[in-house]
Design a protein around this ligand. Structure first.
Ligand code: AHR
Length: 508
């Protein structure tokens, strides 16, 4: 059998794992909000119209933050349409998704939902069709206790406590020509800097995210980051990355190695940010908010879903409802490994999205809610990855891929919590046909013992959970694991993702 070996040393920390790494994203898009998380007529809906079965699944998923309300949607959104008496809220055209926005859910309702799922709200302002004033207005409405026109309006709307939103996105994908109000980098950077300065006049302690590139293949990638950060470096805390992965022309080997592309993306953005830091002689470190990432069969959206008929503006249409398979879950697990490996610089991230729209959770109106395959690696990683991400020494055979060149067949990351001794190792086998035995040298941990080992793997790598078969794919215990003398041996089946939880004694 093919073999790989890795060594973990609890002293070699990449950095502490920020819990915001396990964030997600809810956009007013398709059935993410309406007929998804929010369905007042559903038997499981609570008094506010939110589905309690979805709330339970979101909690189980371990989501720590939720970015809202978009996405492309936000670049044409008027936040004030979504507050106040529901029967007075306007219906509007949503140009991003060729839909009708009813505004029955807005900032106050969504902030209430975020509290129900125990997640922090990350709010995006519209810098596409709007600017500094509207960003300041929504900040005043959301975060000022009372005593001003907009904060008193919130109180009059029945929300007495301010929402206290700490982290704000300055627009969405402003590098993309598809974005309403898209701008060249310098102009966007200046608009973002002015907005940030204004927002900081309200509250210096806010955390602000400026838009980076929509994907690494953008023709402006690199230059965009440099120019935007030259304009905003002193004003913002994070630069965003967005990336979606799918197999191109059936090339599954490259698809399984999507984390290589994510690694390169993060490394390049960090290098560009550090270049701007150097030329500005700044002592401040810029962090990365990877606030949209996932597998997305975008080609399917473009060929099947996209609404183009100028007479059609549906409410909550079925858009981007990808049914995820085993191989998609393995890729998502691999992308989580990449994010953890960069824990020193990636301190916020959002799986895009959360319900129905390229989502780990699916719902049927009036019917059940279920876990997609991608639910499992996210939930398990969020639960087990505690403390610090560790530097790894990994020796693995390699193979050639069309998109990424030569890549290791096994990818892995380990985490260790010095407070509890809890350690986790996350591994991916990228081979399409070979099992690989991995030996993990954990002998530098004291009294190491196995807690659990779980894998996602199936003889049918295209198997998925659907309305008809919602539990077709599940996580299975990996019974191949053996631990002796600090060595952990595990067999990874082809196209699989595995999480091993270990306990160890805390050494003072
Ligand atoms: O998540 C779907 C879309 O992907 C978002 O609206 C946009 O930001 C990105 O292009």
């Amino acid at each position: 059998m093919t073999r790989a070996r890795l060594t973990i040393d609890p002293h070699f920390s990449v950095g502490p794992i920020n819990r915001r790494l396990f964030g997600s994203f809810v956009e007013h898009l398709g059935r993410c909000v309406y007929d998804g998380a929010f369905e007042p007529g559903h038997p499981a809906a609570d008094a506010d119209g939110w589905r309690t079965d979805v709330i339970e699944l979101v909690r189980e998923l371990g989501v720590t933050t939720v970015r809202y309300p978009g996405g492309n949607f936000v670049s044409g959104y008027r936040w004030e349409d979504g507050v106040g008496p529901r029967d007075e809220r306007p219906r509007r055209l949503d140009l991003a998704w060729h839909s009708t926005e009813t505004n029955q859910v807005g900032l106050d309702e969504f902030a209430g939902w975020a509290r129900k799922v125990d997640a922090e709200l990350m709010y995006a302002v519209n810098l596409g069709t709007r600017g500094v004033q509207e960003a300041l207005d929504v900040l005043e409405y959301a975060n000022i206790a009372s005593g001003t026109a907009l904060s008193d309006e919130r109180v009059a709307n029945g929300v007495t406590e301010p929402h206290g939103i700490r982290i704000w996105c300055l627009g969405n994908e402003m590098d993309g020509p598809w974005q309403l109000g898209h701008l060249p980098a310098r102009e966007y950077g200046q608009r973002a800097a002015q907005t940030a300065r204004g927002m900081r006049q309200v509250d210096e302690s806010l955390e602000l995210v400026v838009c980076g590139s929509s994907f690494i293949e953008m023709p402006t990638f690199g230059t965009w980051e440099r120019e935007v950060l030259e304009e905003t470096y002193d004003e913002v805390d994070y630069i965003s990355c967005h990336a979606y992965y799918e197999p191109i022309d059936g090339d599954l080997a490259s698809f399984l190695a999507s984390a290589v592309s994510m690694d390169r993306f993060i490394d390049a953005v960090v290098a560009t940010a550090d270049y701007v830091k150097a030329i500005k002689s700044s002592s401040k470190t810029m962090y990365v908010s990877f606030d949209e990432w996932n597998v997305w069969y975008k080609s399917r959206y473009n060929e099947v879903d996209r609404i183009t008929d100028p007479t059609q503006w549906p409410v909550a249409p079925r858009l981007l409802e990808d049914a995820y398979s085993v191989i998609d879950a393995v890729v998502v697990g691999g992308l989580l490994i990449s994010l953890l490996r960069h824990a020193d610089r990636v301190t916020a991230a959002s799986l895009a999205q959360l319900v129905n729209v390229i989502a780990p959770i699916m719902t049927e109106p009036g019917g059940p809610a279920w876990r997609q395959t991608t639910f499992f690696p996210f939930a398990i990683t969020s639960r087990l990855a505690r403390g610090h991400a560790l530097e790894l020494k990994l020796d693995a055979p390699t193979h050639e891929t069309a998109l990424h060149g030569e890549v290791p067949l096994v990818d892995a990351v380990a985490t260790h919590d010095p407070e509890t001794g809890d350690t986790a190792v996350f591994l991916v086998n990228r081979s399409l046909d070979e099992s690989i035995e991995v030996e993990v040298d954990a002998s530098l941990l004291a009294d190491v013992a196995l807690v659990s080992a779980e894998s996602i793997h199936d003889d049918d790598i295209h198997a998925a959970n659907t309305l008809a078969e919602p539990e077709r794919v599940a996580v299975r215990s990996n019974d191949s694991v053996r631990v002796s003398d600090g060595l952990v041996r595990v067999v990874l089946p082809p196209v699989s993702w595995t999480a091993i939880a270990l306990s160890s004694t805390v050494v003072g």
